[in-house]
Design a binder for this molecule. Structure first.
Ligand SMILES: *Cc1c(COP(=O)(O)O)cnc(C)c1O
Length: 228
């Protein structure tokens, strides 16, 4: 059986992105194993995702809890080593479901969510907690989630000290109409001064720039799965 055109495209695109990642790491003098590719599969169904899984991709990103709940449990049953990343905003009323689904949450972005996370995790001490990243609104865009840069240090401290959450790193989505590099550099700087080494930054249009500036997770959607 041959794959239909768009699905064959997915496999070829994935290979191209991986090759670009390897080259960007080499150019930056970085170990390729230090950068993880999160394939952003939002809006795409299992028939589009399967070829990527079969090509060896294991980290996937989704931005909605409901959509993920419909798509991923069946796929994860078949491929238990898949790691699912939440990269979209998390409402506290979806928290319990999110904790059932996601291994990594990139969008811890406000004190009320940190408090709710701590409370929910305390309910079930046997549960393996998700890995947590704080989202920083580096462009200070009013419509965008994330803590603003001047409040990031205090927010990280609150998560750690008050809520006993293990924060592993930071995530940002730079403004669409600005060069991304200064935003990536700012995120890296905030991470450094808070002792964090995980940086989730870089999407289809700018993941090579992000790697040059220290990204450890790049979140790539359309360059792999096509336009949404
Ligand atoms: C959709 C999305 C991506 C992927 O964007 P592409 O430009 O398709 O690569 C990355 N990060 C977040 C937070 C997203 O919502």
């Amino acid at each position: 059986m041959t794959l239909s055109e768009p699905l064959a495209g997915t496999v070829a695109h994935l290979a191209q992105v991986r090759a670009n990642l390897a080259r960007a790491c080499a150019d930056a003098g970085r170990d390729p194993a230090s950068v993880k590719l999160v394939a952003v599969s939002k809006t795409f169904g299992p028939e589009s995702i399967l070829p990527a899984i079969e090509a060896g991709q294991r980290l996937f990103g989704e931005n909605r809890v409901q959509e993920s709940k419909a798509k991923w449990p069946a796929l994860r049953e078949r491929f238990p080593d898949i790691e699912l990343h939440l990269i979209g905003p998390l409402q506290t009323n979806k928290l319990r479901e999110a904790l059932e689904l996601f291994d990594v949450i990139h969008t811890v972005d406000r004190p009320s969510l940190a408090a709710a996370l701590a409370k929910e995790l305390a309910r079930d001490p046997a549960r393996r907690p998700p890995r947590l990243l704080v989202q920083v609104n580096t462009g200070e865009e009013p419509q965008k989630a994330g803590v603003v840069p001047q409040e990031a240090d205090a927010f990280i401290a609150t998560c750690r000290e008050e809520h006993k959450l293990v924060i592993e790193g930071l995530m940002c989505i730079p403004p669409a109409d600005e060069p991304a590099a200064p935003h990536f550099a700012l995120l890296a700087k905030i991470a450094r001064r808070n002792g964090l080494d995980v940086l989730s930054m870089g999407m289809s249009g700018d993941y090579e720039t992000a790697i040059a500036l220290g990204a450890t997770f790049v979140r790539v959607g359309s360059a792999i799965f096509g336009g949404r």
